[in-house]
Ligand binder design. Structure first.
Ligand code: UDX
Length: 448
């Protein structure tokens, strides 16, 4: 029988809220701590701070068992067997490096409440070398002193699949250190007993390797996307089709089809800032040459956004000034209301700054987009966003947009031009309904 543990989770953002709810669902007793009382209040009432499929239901279920509580009081962490640090590490303003101040603040606030032989577990994505410094800080601040133990256990969750990725990840990585390493591994095995029982691989490493596993995985994923987007640039120049190319190279098992979706490129709270922070950290370590290629990965990614604006301008007859542009999608990817570093909103803003009247639609992200970019126009329906449009830009591949009836939408626009920034629409359907369909990395017209 799995052992039910007492767990504290510090930070209730994306990672922490999902982790806390999942741990309670696995049978553990969880107290989740956040310095933001508004977040605590919402979560305690079963309202997730973000849109994540299944999270509201999971919260409700976990809260009903009484095993999940939320508080702003760090003292509530006292007595827990395991403390997870799940705070964010955003990009520092004006720099590439990650801001680890929340991680250290969490460690400092937690330290006074750490009794003998409790295990602190870092889950946040951090620059390599952070764990060792966090352990020092914990030991300095805790009554248990050198009795405090630390493990680094990175998360690999994707937004939109966060629950699945937490309870059934591809692998667990435990970075451990010192004499208690075996005991730390055993305790983490108890935490994750249920998913481990299904055969999930579990790798035990040192701190530095565990920290690097996370950022190198994200660097690889970003590189894969930029690789195919670089091919898209060549396809555009040569009149070839990147969608067919990706399909063909993906059949090689060593390459695979995943993350070869050419289009507007990657955004979100992780990949862009993680590759930048990784470069910055490599520089500090004197290994900057090893990662200069990531600069190119970043540049290729950002070039897709300008290419999109250029195509929109071309479709509007050479200028965006005074033109009506409909933007379908604000979230950085579908099934999320996250607009952090959203390629879609970046393009929308660029078109707006180039003089177009831009109206943005998104099935979930409109409230946050309206709050963060109040200077743009928004519409609650696809039809309203496209009303009188000179060009429609499909920038986030929500299912709602695949379900559009092109013939019906044609009746509301001023001129039926669509640019598919995600290669997710069916060119034949749109062209069949009388639209000019263009896409990134594909010949015009597409010979599909
Ligand atoms: C990513 C990693 O997948 C996850 O393992 C890590 O823990 C956090 O960062 P996430 O940011 O949620 O997760 O999104 P992901 O699904 O990986 O997509 C990232 C971006 O890449 C999105 O903007 C998406 O639109 C884009 N993308 C993805 C492509 O442009 N093409 C693809 O083929 C795949």
């Amino acid at each position: 029988r799995p052992v039910a543990l007492r767990i504290s989770v510090v930070g209730t953002g994306y990672l922490g809220a999902v982790h806390a709810a999942c741990m309670a669902d696995l049978g553990h007793t969880v107290v989740a701590i956040d310095v933001d009382p508004a977040k605590v209040e919402a979560l305690a009432a079963g309202r997730a701070p973000i849109f994540e499929p299944g999270l509201d239901e999971l919260l409700e279920r976990a809260l009903a068992t009484g095993r999940l509580t939320f508080t702003s009081d760090y003292a509530a962490a006292a007595g827990a067997d395991v403390h997870f640090i799940c705070v964010g590490t955003p990009q520092r303003r004006g720099e590439n490096a990650a801001d680890t101040s929340y991680v250290f603040a969490a460690a400092e606030s937690l330290a006074p409440h750490l009794g003998a032989s409790t295990l602190v577990v870092g889950k946040s994505t951090v620059p390599v070398g952070t764990a060792a410094r966090v352990l020092e800080r914990l030991r300095r601040g805790a009554p248990a002193g050198d009795g405090v133990r630390l493990a680094w256990n990175p998360e690999f969750l994707r937004e939109g699949f966060a629950i699945e990725d937490t309870v059934a990840p591809d692998r667990f990585v435990y970075g451990v250190d010192g004499d208690t390493a075996d005991a730390d591994v055993a305790l983490l095995d108890q935490v994750y007993a249920a998913p481990l029982a299904t055969g999930t691989p579990r790798l035990v490493t040192d701190f530095a390797t565990a920290e690097l596993v996370k950022v190198s995985a994200n660097a690889f994923l970003a590189t894969k996307i930029s690789f195919i987007n670089a091919m898209a640039e060549v396809c555009e120049a040569a009149g070839a089709d990147v969608v067919a190319l990706a399909e063909a190279i993906g059949h090689d098992d060593r390459i695979g089809h995943k993350f070869l979706g050419a289009g507007l490129g990657f955004g979100g709270g992780c990949l862009p800032k993680d590759i930048r922070a990784f470069m910055a950290r490599a520089g500090e370590l004197g290994a900057d040459q090893a990662l200069t290629f990531l600069r190119e990965v970043d540049a290729i990614n950002l070039r897709r956004r300008s290419r999109m604006v250029d195509l929109a301008r071309a479709e509007c007859g050479g200028t965006l000034i005074g033109k009506k542009v409909a933007v379908l999608g604000a979230a950085f990817k579908p099934n999320s209301d996250d607009i952090r570093d959203s390629p879609a909103l970046d393009v929308a803003r660029a078109a707006h700054l180039a003089g177009a009247t831009v109206t943005v639609h998104d099935p979930k992200a409109l409230p946050v987009a309206r709050r963060v970019h109040p200077d743009m126009s928004y519409a609650d329906t696809i039809e309203a966003a496209c009303e009188g449009a000179d060009v429609v830009l499909h920038l986030t591949e929500w299912k709602d947009y695949r379900d559009i009836d092109p013939a019906a939408l044609k009746a509301v626009v001023s001129s039926p031009h669509i640019i598919d920034g995600r290669n997710a629409l069916d060119p034949a359907r749109w062209r069949g309904a009388g639209w000019t369909y263009r896409a990134l990395g594909r010949p015009h017209p597409v010979v599909a």
